[in-house]
Design a protein around this ligand. Structure first.
Ligand code: PLP
Length: 417
Protein backbone atom coordinates (compact mmCIF):
# COMPACT_ATOMS: atom_id res chain seq x y z
CA UNK A 1 0.00 0.00 0.00
CA UNK A 2 2.64 2.57 1.06
CA UNK A 3 4.78 1.45 -1.88
CA UNK A 4 1.93 1.97 -4.38
CA UNK A 5 1.22 5.41 -2.95
CA UNK A 6 4.89 6.31 -3.13
CA UNK A 7 4.97 5.46 -6.81
CA UNK A 8 2.02 7.78 -7.35
CA UNK A 9 3.53 10.47 -5.11
CA UNK A 10 6.67 10.51 -7.25
CA UNK A 11 4.50 11.91 -10.04
CA UNK A 12 3.39 14.86 -7.88
CA UNK A 13 6.27 15.70 -5.52
CA UNK A 14 10.03 16.01 -5.99
CA UNK A 15 11.39 12.78 -4.53
CA UNK A 16 7.83 11.76 -3.72
CA UNK A 17 7.72 13.70 -0.43
CA UNK A 18 7.12 17.18 0.94
CA UNK A 19 10.10 17.26 3.30
CA UNK A 20 13.31 15.30 2.71
CA UNK A 21 13.55 13.57 6.11
CA UNK A 22 10.29 11.72 5.40
CA UNK A 23 11.87 9.73 2.58
CA UNK A 24 12.56 6.34 4.17
CA UNK A 25 14.19 3.52 2.23
CA UNK A 26 12.89 1.64 0.32
CA UNK A 27 9.78 3.80 0.48
CA UNK A 28 8.15 6.27 2.90
CA UNK A 29 5.40 5.30 5.32
CA UNK A 30 1.87 6.51 4.74
CA UNK A 31 0.01 7.11 7.96
CA UNK A 32 -3.59 6.20 8.61
CA UNK A 33 -3.72 7.73 12.04
CA UNK A 34 -1.93 8.11 15.34
CA UNK A 35 -2.95 8.00 18.97
CA UNK A 36 -0.76 8.43 22.03
CA UNK A 37 2.62 6.81 21.42
CA UNK A 38 1.41 4.75 18.46
CA UNK A 39 1.41 5.38 14.73
CA UNK A 40 -0.71 3.26 12.42
CA UNK A 41 0.29 3.04 8.77
CA UNK A 42 -1.93 2.34 5.78
CA UNK A 43 -0.21 -1.05 5.65
CA UNK A 44 -1.91 -1.75 9.01
CA UNK A 45 1.39 -1.69 10.84
CA UNK A 46 1.37 -0.32 14.36
CA UNK A 47 4.56 1.41 15.45
CA UNK A 48 5.73 2.87 18.76
CA UNK A 49 6.76 6.34 17.67
CA UNK A 50 10.03 7.98 18.80
CA UNK A 51 10.17 10.46 15.94
CA UNK A 52 7.01 12.27 17.09
CA UNK A 53 6.89 14.45 13.98
CA UNK A 54 10.54 15.42 14.69
CA UNK A 55 9.71 16.83 18.11
CA UNK A 56 6.40 18.65 18.51
CA UNK A 57 4.32 15.84 20.02
CA UNK A 58 5.35 16.05 23.68
CA UNK A 59 1.93 14.63 24.68
CA UNK A 60 1.97 12.01 21.93
CA UNK A 61 -0.69 12.12 19.22
CA UNK A 62 -4.27 13.27 19.66
CA UNK A 63 -4.22 13.81 23.41
CA UNK A 64 -7.89 13.54 24.50
CA UNK A 65 -8.03 16.85 26.33
CA UNK A 66 -6.36 18.86 23.57
CA UNK A 67 -8.46 17.14 20.88
CA UNK A 68 -11.75 17.99 22.58
CA UNK A 69 -10.73 21.58 23.18
CA UNK A 70 -9.63 22.13 19.56
CA UNK A 71 -12.85 20.61 18.20
CA UNK A 72 -14.89 23.07 20.23
CA UNK A 73 -12.65 25.97 19.31
CA UNK A 74 -13.08 25.29 15.58
CA UNK A 75 -16.77 26.17 15.85
CA UNK A 76 -15.77 29.78 16.46
CA UNK A 77 -13.97 30.09 13.15
CA UNK A 78 -10.26 29.67 12.74
CA UNK A 79 -8.71 32.81 11.31
CA UNK A 80 -9.77 36.43 11.42
CA UNK A 81 -6.93 38.75 10.43
CA UNK A 82 -7.55 40.29 13.85
CA UNK A 83 -6.33 39.63 17.38
CA UNK A 84 -7.43 37.01 19.94
CA UNK A 85 -7.20 36.87 23.73
CA UNK A 86 -5.60 33.45 23.49
CA UNK A 87 -2.47 34.81 21.78
CA UNK A 88 -1.87 36.95 24.88
CA UNK A 89 -2.46 34.00 27.21
CA UNK A 90 0.01 31.82 25.29
CA UNK A 91 2.59 34.62 25.26
CA UNK A 92 2.21 35.07 29.03
CA UNK A 93 2.70 31.35 29.58
CA UNK A 94 5.80 31.23 27.37
CA UNK A 95 7.31 34.25 29.12
CA UNK A 96 7.21 32.42 32.47
CA UNK A 97 9.90 30.04 31.24
CA UNK A 98 11.99 32.12 28.84
CA UNK A 99 13.98 35.31 29.04
CA UNK A 100 11.52 37.32 26.92
CA UNK A 101 9.96 40.75 27.38
CA UNK A 102 8.33 40.88 23.95
CA UNK A 103 7.74 38.19 21.37
CA UNK A 104 6.19 37.67 17.94
CA UNK A 105 4.30 34.58 16.76
CA UNK A 106 5.20 33.36 13.27
CA UNK A 107 4.52 30.11 11.40
CA UNK A 108 7.59 27.93 11.55
CA UNK A 109 10.96 27.51 13.15
CA UNK A 110 12.62 28.68 9.96
CA UNK A 111 10.68 31.94 10.08
CA UNK A 112 11.56 32.38 13.73
CA UNK A 113 15.28 32.03 12.97
CA UNK A 114 15.09 34.34 9.96
CA UNK A 115 13.34 37.05 11.95
CA UNK A 116 15.61 36.71 14.97
CA UNK A 117 18.63 37.21 12.72
CA UNK A 118 16.95 40.16 11.00
CA UNK A 119 16.14 41.64 14.42
CA UNK A 120 19.70 41.52 15.76
CA UNK A 121 21.16 42.80 12.51
CA UNK A 122 18.61 45.60 12.45
CA UNK A 123 19.19 46.48 16.08
CA UNK A 124 22.97 46.46 15.86
CA UNK A 125 23.38 47.71 12.31
CA UNK A 126 25.96 44.95 11.81
CA UNK A 127 26.15 42.13 9.30
CA UNK A 128 27.98 39.08 10.61
CA UNK A 129 26.42 36.08 12.30
CA UNK A 130 28.13 33.13 13.95
CA UNK A 131 26.58 29.67 13.86
CA UNK A 132 27.86 26.14 14.50
CA UNK A 133 28.47 23.23 12.19
CA UNK A 134 25.75 20.59 12.60
CA UNK A 135 23.24 23.00 14.13
CA UNK A 136 20.06 23.47 12.12
CA UNK A 137 17.89 26.56 12.32
CA UNK A 138 15.44 25.90 9.49
CA UNK A 139 15.19 26.38 5.78
CA UNK A 140 16.51 29.97 5.55
CA UNK A 141 19.20 31.05 3.09
CA UNK A 142 21.56 32.92 5.41
CA UNK A 143 21.82 29.87 7.67
CA UNK A 144 21.90 27.14 4.99
CA UNK A 145 25.61 27.06 5.26
CA UNK A 146 28.39 24.55 5.46
CA UNK A 147 31.89 25.06 6.77
CA UNK A 148 34.30 26.48 4.20
CA UNK A 149 38.08 26.50 4.16
CA UNK A 150 38.04 29.57 6.39
CA UNK A 151 35.29 30.25 8.91
CA UNK A 152 33.13 31.90 6.26
CA UNK A 153 30.20 29.69 5.39
CA UNK A 154 29.54 28.33 1.92
CA UNK A 155 26.02 27.71 0.64
CA UNK A 156 24.89 24.17 1.50
CA UNK A 157 22.20 24.30 -1.18
CA UNK A 158 22.09 25.24 -4.82
CA UNK A 159 20.20 28.47 -5.27
CA UNK A 160 21.56 29.99 -2.07
CA UNK A 161 23.82 32.88 -3.03
CA UNK A 162 27.27 33.32 -1.61
CA UNK A 163 26.03 36.86 -0.99
CA UNK A 164 23.61 35.34 1.55
CA UNK A 165 26.19 33.24 3.36
CA UNK A 166 29.34 35.37 3.19
CA UNK A 167 28.40 37.05 6.47
CA UNK A 168 27.71 33.76 8.23
CA UNK A 169 30.68 32.27 10.05
CA UNK A 170 30.56 28.55 10.81
CA UNK A 171 32.39 27.33 13.90
CA UNK A 172 32.87 23.97 15.60
CA UNK A 173 30.32 23.15 18.31
CA UNK A 174 31.76 22.82 21.82
CA UNK A 175 35.03 24.52 20.81
CA UNK A 176 35.52 27.40 23.27
CA UNK A 177 38.89 28.50 21.90
CA UNK A 178 37.63 28.68 18.32
CA UNK A 179 34.64 30.66 19.51
CA UNK A 180 36.66 33.27 21.37
CA UNK A 181 39.08 33.65 18.45
CA UNK A 182 36.29 34.10 15.89
CA UNK A 183 34.42 36.65 17.96
CA UNK A 184 37.58 38.62 18.66
CA UNK A 185 38.56 38.69 14.97
CA UNK A 186 35.10 39.68 13.75
CA UNK A 187 33.86 41.95 16.52
CA UNK A 188 33.71 45.07 14.33
CA UNK A 189 30.86 43.76 12.21
CA UNK A 190 29.43 40.97 14.39
CA UNK A 191 25.70 41.20 15.15
CA UNK A 192 25.54 38.00 17.16
CA UNK A 193 25.57 34.24 17.59
CA UNK A 194 22.80 31.71 16.98
CA UNK A 195 23.15 28.30 18.63
CA UNK A 196 21.20 25.22 19.63
CA UNK A 197 21.91 25.11 23.39
CA UNK A 198 21.53 21.34 23.11
CA UNK A 199 22.22 20.16 19.57
CA UNK A 200 19.32 18.08 18.31
CA UNK A 201 20.01 18.03 14.57
CA UNK A 202 23.26 16.04 14.48
CA UNK A 203 21.91 13.19 16.52
CA UNK A 204 21.91 14.48 20.08
CA UNK A 205 24.97 16.41 21.24
CA UNK A 206 25.05 17.71 24.78
CA UNK A 207 27.42 20.66 25.11
CA UNK A 208 29.91 21.24 27.89
CA UNK A 209 28.62 23.77 30.38
CA UNK A 210 31.87 25.66 29.73
CA UNK A 211 30.85 26.14 26.10
CA UNK A 212 27.41 27.51 26.98
CA UNK A 213 28.91 29.85 29.57
CA UNK A 214 31.55 31.01 27.09
CA UNK A 215 28.85 31.92 24.56
CA UNK A 216 27.29 34.36 27.02
CA UNK A 217 30.60 35.74 28.25
CA UNK A 218 32.09 36.31 24.84
CA UNK A 219 28.93 38.09 23.65
CA UNK A 220 29.03 40.35 26.70
CA UNK A 221 32.74 41.07 26.26
CA UNK A 222 32.52 41.93 22.57
CA UNK A 223 29.12 43.58 22.39
CA UNK A 224 27.41 40.84 20.39
CA UNK A 225 23.94 39.38 20.87
CA UNK A 226 23.15 35.77 21.72
CA UNK A 227 20.24 33.83 20.22
CA UNK A 228 19.27 30.43 21.65
CA UNK A 229 17.39 28.28 19.18
CA UNK A 230 15.10 26.40 21.58
CA UNK A 231 12.76 25.20 18.85
CA UNK A 232 13.35 21.62 20.03
CA UNK A 233 14.36 22.11 23.66
CA UNK A 234 11.53 24.55 24.50
CA UNK A 235 9.06 22.58 26.65
CA UNK A 236 11.04 19.36 26.25
CA UNK A 237 13.15 19.72 29.41
CA UNK A 238 12.26 19.34 33.10
CA UNK A 239 13.16 23.02 33.54
CA UNK A 240 11.00 23.77 30.45
CA UNK A 241 13.92 25.38 28.64
CA UNK A 242 17.63 24.90 28.08
CA UNK A 243 18.21 28.46 29.34
CA UNK A 244 16.70 27.55 32.70
CA UNK A 245 18.58 24.25 32.73
CA UNK A 246 21.95 25.94 32.20
CA UNK A 247 20.92 29.18 33.93
CA UNK A 248 22.53 30.99 31.02
CA UNK A 249 20.21 33.47 29.34
CA UNK A 250 20.25 34.62 25.72
CA UNK A 251 19.17 38.01 24.38
CA UNK A 252 16.68 36.41 21.99
CA UNK A 253 15.11 32.96 21.86
CA UNK A 254 13.43 31.13 19.02
CA UNK A 255 10.70 28.57 19.66
CA UNK A 256 8.51 26.31 17.57
CA UNK A 257 7.50 22.65 17.56
CA UNK A 258 5.99 21.89 21.03
CA UNK A 259 4.52 25.35 21.57
CA UNK A 260 2.02 24.86 18.72
CA UNK A 261 0.86 21.52 20.13
CA UNK A 262 1.63 19.98 16.74
CA UNK A 263 0.16 22.78 14.60
CA UNK A 264 2.39 25.15 12.58
CA UNK A 265 4.04 27.80 14.72
CA UNK A 266 7.22 29.71 15.44
CA UNK A 267 8.19 32.36 17.97
CA UNK A 268 11.04 34.79 18.29
CA UNK A 269 11.35 37.02 21.29
CA UNK A 270 13.57 38.44 23.98
CA UNK A 271 14.85 41.73 25.34
CA UNK A 272 12.53 44.68 24.93
CA UNK A 273 15.16 47.00 23.50
CA UNK A 274 15.72 44.58 20.59
CA UNK A 275 12.12 43.43 20.09
CA UNK A 276 10.70 46.91 20.05
CA UNK A 277 12.50 47.35 16.74
CA UNK A 278 10.01 44.92 15.17
CA UNK A 279 7.24 46.45 13.07
CA UNK A 280 4.85 48.12 13.73
CA UNK A 281 6.71 49.41 16.82
CA UNK A 282 9.98 49.67 14.94
CA UNK A 283 11.36 49.38 11.43
CA UNK A 284 12.52 45.75 11.33
CA UNK A 285 9.90 44.17 9.10
CA UNK A 286 7.83 41.20 10.10
CA UNK A 287 4.27 40.39 9.05
CA UNK A 288 2.26 37.29 8.20
CA UNK A 289 -1.24 36.29 7.17
CA UNK A 290 -1.01 33.25 9.42
CA UNK A 291 1.00 34.79 12.29
CA UNK A 292 -0.52 33.74 15.64
CA UNK A 293 -2.95 31.45 13.82
CA UNK A 294 -5.81 31.00 16.30
CA UNK A 295 -5.83 27.19 16.10
CA UNK A 296 -2.06 26.85 16.50
CA UNK A 297 -2.24 29.28 19.40
CA UNK A 298 -5.12 27.42 21.02
CA UNK A 299 -3.52 23.99 20.54
CA UNK A 300 -0.32 25.36 22.06
CA UNK A 301 -2.15 26.92 24.96
CA UNK A 302 -4.05 23.73 25.79
CA UNK A 303 -0.89 21.65 25.42
CA UNK A 304 0.98 23.89 27.86
CA UNK A 305 -1.97 23.80 30.27
CA UNK A 306 -1.91 20.01 30.16
CA UNK A 307 1.87 19.98 30.64
CA UNK A 308 1.65 22.17 33.74
CA UNK A 309 -1.27 20.28 35.24
CA UNK A 310 -0.03 16.72 34.73
CA UNK A 311 3.77 17.07 34.82
CA UNK A 312 3.79 15.77 31.28
CA UNK A 313 7.37 16.81 30.60
CA UNK A 314 8.68 14.95 33.66
CA UNK A 315 6.91 11.85 32.41
CA UNK A 316 8.49 12.14 28.97
CA UNK A 317 11.90 12.79 30.58
CA UNK A 318 11.63 9.79 32.91
CA UNK A 319 10.84 7.61 29.93
CA UNK A 320 13.83 8.85 27.91
CA UNK A 321 16.04 8.36 30.97
CA UNK A 322 14.92 4.74 31.25
CA UNK A 323 15.60 4.08 27.58
CA UNK A 324 18.95 5.90 27.72
CA UNK A 325 20.14 4.11 30.84
CA UNK A 326 19.17 0.69 29.46
CA UNK A 327 20.79 1.43 26.10
CA UNK A 328 24.03 2.36 27.83
CA UNK A 329 23.91 -0.95 29.67
CA UNK A 330 23.23 -2.95 26.49
CA UNK A 331 26.15 -1.28 24.74
CA UNK A 332 28.39 -2.28 27.67
CA UNK A 333 27.01 -5.80 28.06
CA UNK A 334 27.22 -6.63 24.36
CA UNK A 335 30.60 -4.94 23.96
CA UNK A 336 29.34 -2.76 21.10
CA UNK A 337 31.23 0.05 19.42
CA UNK A 338 28.53 2.54 20.18
CA UNK A 339 27.81 5.64 22.24
CA UNK A 340 24.56 6.70 23.81
CA UNK A 341 23.59 10.31 24.49
CA UNK A 342 20.47 11.11 26.43
CA UNK A 343 19.07 14.15 28.20
CA UNK A 344 15.59 15.46 29.02
CA UNK A 345 13.04 13.79 26.70
CA UNK A 346 15.57 12.80 24.02
CA UNK A 347 18.03 9.97 23.35
CA UNK A 348 20.22 8.69 20.53
CA UNK A 349 22.65 5.85 19.91
CA UNK A 350 25.72 6.48 17.74
CA UNK A 351 27.62 3.65 16.07
CA UNK A 352 31.15 4.76 16.76
CA UNK A 353 33.94 4.22 19.27
CA UNK A 354 34.66 7.88 19.89
CA UNK A 355 33.01 10.58 21.88
CA UNK A 356 30.25 12.64 20.27
CA UNK A 357 31.00 16.34 20.81
CA UNK A 358 30.61 17.95 17.40
CA UNK A 359 29.57 17.43 13.79
CA UNK A 360 32.83 15.75 12.72
CA UNK A 361 32.34 13.16 15.46
CA UNK A 362 28.83 12.40 14.20
CA UNK A 363 30.01 12.19 10.58
CA UNK A 364 32.51 9.52 11.64
CA UNK A 365 29.68 7.26 12.83
CA UNK A 366 28.62 4.21 10.86
CA UNK A 367 25.37 5.71 9.64
CA UNK A 368 24.63 2.64 7.45
CA UNK A 369 24.69 0.56 10.60
CA UNK A 370 22.27 2.99 12.18
CA UNK A 371 19.92 2.54 9.22
CA UNK A 372 20.11 -1.26 9.57
CA UNK A 373 19.31 -0.87 13.27
CA UNK A 374 16.45 1.44 12.39
CA UNK A 375 15.12 -1.10 9.87
CA UNK A 376 15.33 -3.97 12.38
CA UNK A 377 13.52 -1.89 15.00
CA UNK A 378 10.79 -1.05 12.52
CA UNK A 379 10.26 -4.75 11.78
CA UNK A 380 9.78 -5.18 15.52
CA UNK A 381 7.19 -2.40 15.70
CA UNK A 382 9.36 0.52 16.85
CA UNK A 383 9.81 3.65 14.74
CA UNK A 384 13.04 5.40 15.69
CA UNK A 385 14.44 8.66 14.32
CA UNK A 386 15.11 7.76 10.69
CA UNK A 387 18.76 8.82 10.55
CA UNK A 388 21.93 8.93 12.63
CA UNK A 389 21.69 12.71 12.25
CA UNK A 390 18.28 12.95 13.93
CA UNK A 391 17.24 12.55 17.57
CA UNK A 392 14.73 10.26 19.23
CA UNK A 393 11.98 11.92 21.23
CA UNK A 394 9.73 10.65 24.00
CA UNK A 395 6.29 11.84 25.08
CA UNK A 396 4.07 11.69 28.14
CA UNK A 397 1.99 9.10 26.26
CA UNK A 398 4.75 6.48 26.22
CA UNK A 399 3.91 3.87 28.85
CA UNK A 400 5.34 0.82 30.62
CA UNK A 401 4.28 -1.54 27.84
CA UNK A 402 6.01 0.65 25.25
CA UNK A 403 9.14 0.63 27.39
CA UNK A 404 9.18 -3.14 27.70
CA UNK A 405 8.54 -3.73 23.98
CA UNK A 406 11.11 -1.12 22.95
CA UNK A 407 13.87 -2.46 25.20
CA UNK A 408 13.24 -6.03 24.08
CA UNK A 409 13.35 -4.96 20.42
CA UNK A 410 16.55 -2.96 21.00
CA UNK A 411 18.20 -5.89 22.71
CA UNK A 412 17.42 -8.20 19.80
CA UNK A 413 18.34 -5.65 17.13
CA UNK A 414 21.64 -4.76 18.81
CA UNK A 415 22.60 -8.41 19.34
CA UNK A 416 22.40 -8.97 15.57
CA UNK A 417 25.50 -6.86 15.15
C1 PLP B 1 12.98 21.93 13.41
C2 PLP B 1 13.96 22.94 13.77
C3 PLP B 1 13.94 24.21 13.17
C4 PLP B 1 13.03 24.55 12.03
O1 PLP B 1 11.69 24.52 12.37
P1 PLP B 1 10.61 24.41 11.18
O2 PLP B 1 9.30 24.58 11.89
O3 PLP B 1 10.80 23.05 10.59
O4 PLP B 1 10.90 25.49 10.22
C5 PLP B 1 14.81 25.16 13.64
N1 PLP B 1 15.68 24.89 14.64
C6 PLP B 1 15.74 23.68 15.21
C7 PLP B 1 16.70 23.46 16.33
C8 PLP B 1 14.90 22.66 14.77
O5 PLP B 1 15.03 21.43 15.30
Amino acid sequence: MSFELYKRALKSFPGGVNSPARLLKPYPLYVKGAKGSRLKTLDEKELIDYCLAFGPLILGSANDYVTEEIKERLELGWIYGLCTEEEILLAEKIKKYFNMDLLRFVNSGAEASMNAIRAIRGYKGKRKIIMFEGNYHGSYDDLLVKAGSSMVGLPSSLGVLEDSTKNTLVLIYNDVEGLIKAVRENKEDLAGIIVEPIACNMGLVIPDFEFIKALREVCDSYDALLIFDEIVTGFRMREYSAQNFFKVYPDLTTLGKVIGGGFPIGVFGGKEEIMKKISPQGNVHNAGTFNAHPISIYAGLKTLEYIEKFNAIDKACNFAYNIGRNLVKMVQDFGLEARVNHIASMFQIFFTKGEIRNFSDVKRCDSEKYLRFHGEMMKKGVYLAPSQFETNFTSSAHNEIDLELTLKAMEEALRLK
